[in-house]
Design a protein around this ligand. Structure first.
Ligand code: ADP
Ligand code: MG
Length: 263
């Protein structure tokens, strides 16, 4: 049984503190949804977990099965079993999908001879047209095809933990069902643990969350069962979002500096 453990994670980007102490534990086979308003830090969390340059960790820790991830370069994090399906998948001209997956599996000391057959099988399962498989990674694919492509890579690589950053954005209903079903199946097939960032409970119809978390202003401010996703879709996040304080506002000298802003 594996565990992705995020503790008190704080990070800044472009000189601004975005993550303010994120606590989250995902165990193998579990699905954790992270929902929250625009700009809450959801994508920042995914980038910090994967080690994207430009994001500076200012506190806290992230481990997979006790192994410290934050001291590792991105490729070592991937080798340790972490996978990110990006909100905006990048195009990689000059690198074919099979080359990418072969290198990734070989780097982990795993059998890469099966890549061709596995890719074909998974593409069919996810509904990704075979003619797209010869293209350089994500090049000239539509938004929805890129998301299917990411899901397909996830299925071939079989990581321990996957972060899905708005997998649902850009997907039509059928593609969404195919992708979320594939990920849900992975939670039992190879015990995948999932951190699914989303705005819509639609993703969570097939990908069944064990816990739904609310991320607002760089922290987890609430958590609940699957029903919380539907509730959030109805009620929004007003409860947790403060009006932006004007930069000129003078801090109240008598304010309690340790008060919980979410209380
Ligand atoms: P979410 O995914 O929850 O909508 P993000 O994590 O993308 O939010 O962004 C959180 C905040 O951090 C936003 O105010 C955004 O403008 C800022 N931010 C994120 N990445 C960068 C970056 N690379 N450079 C500057 N600001 C960034
Ligand atoms: Mg985002």
């Amino acid at each position: 049984m594996g565990e992705l453990r995020i503790q008190g994670l704080m990070a800044e980007v472009a000189g601004r503190q975005i993550l303010n102490g994120v606590d989250l534990v995902v165990k193998s086979g579990e699905v954790h949804a992270v929902m929250g308003p625009n700009g809450a830090g959801k994508s920042t969390l995914s980038h910090v977990l994967m080690g994207k340059p430009g994001y500076t960790v200012t506190g806290g820790s992230v481990t997979i099965d006790g192994v410290d991830l934050l001291s590792l370069p991105t490729y070592e994090r991937a080798k340790a079993g972490l996978f990110l399906a990006m909100q905006y998948p990048v195009e990689v001209p000059g690198v074919s999908l099979e080359e990418l997956l072969t290198e990734a599996l070989s780097a982990q000391g795993r059998d890469a001879s099966v890549v061709h057959a596995t890719v074909a099988g998974e593409a069919e399962r996810i509904g990704l047209a075979t003619r797209l498989l010869d293209r350089p990674v994500n090049v000239d694919l539509s938004g929805g095809e890129k998301k299917r492509n990411e899901t397909m890579q996830l299925a071939v690589l079989r990581p321990k933990f996957a972060i899905l950053d708005e997998l649902d954005s850009g997907l039509d209903v059928d593609a969404l069902r195919a992708c979320s079903r594939r990920v849900e199946a992975a939670t039992t097939e190879f015990d995948l643990g999932v951190l699914a960032i989303t705005h819509y409970s639609r993703l969570l119809e097939e990908l069944k969350p064990d816990v739904v978390h609310v991320l607002a202003q760089g922290r987890i401010v609430a958590a609940g069962g699957p029903e919380l996703a539907d509730e959030l879709e109805r009620t929004g996040y007003a409860e947790w979002v403060e009006e932006e304080t004007p930069a000129t506002a003078v801090a109240d000298p008598f304010a309690d500096p340790f008060a919980d802003p979410f209380a």
